[in-house]
Design a protein around this ligand. Sequence first.
Ligand code: ZN
Length: 129
Amino acid sequence: MNRADELTNIRNLLQKRRRSILTATEGTHRELAALKDQERDPEYEEQAQAELADYTLSTLMESQRREVMLIDAALRRMEMGAFGECVDCGGDISIERLEALPFAIRCEEDATSHELEMRGGHHQSMPSL
Ligand SMILES: [Zn+2]
């Protein structure tokens, strides 16, 4: 398969992933709304449990929203023909890397040096893009 076909494959995967996240988000949203509508039990323990569930669902929605944002950014780069291009050196990011990390914006080499630059400063919880 040539690179253009591989990229089309990745785009299809991203679009499929985006749809399934949005469906999942809808489900989470409904659960959250149901939780909020629920009559709150006056007992403390129940209340604490509801708050925990509320917190867990909100966190889940937050990470779902975040992933959709990353996918949208990747799809936008595809439209501009910039997907799979390293933002630092302009070279092609390997298909293997893109398959593993479709949101990567740097080639392996530049991602490594970028990570080294970032180290020591602020803590990064996300893997380097
Ligand atoms: Zn590069």
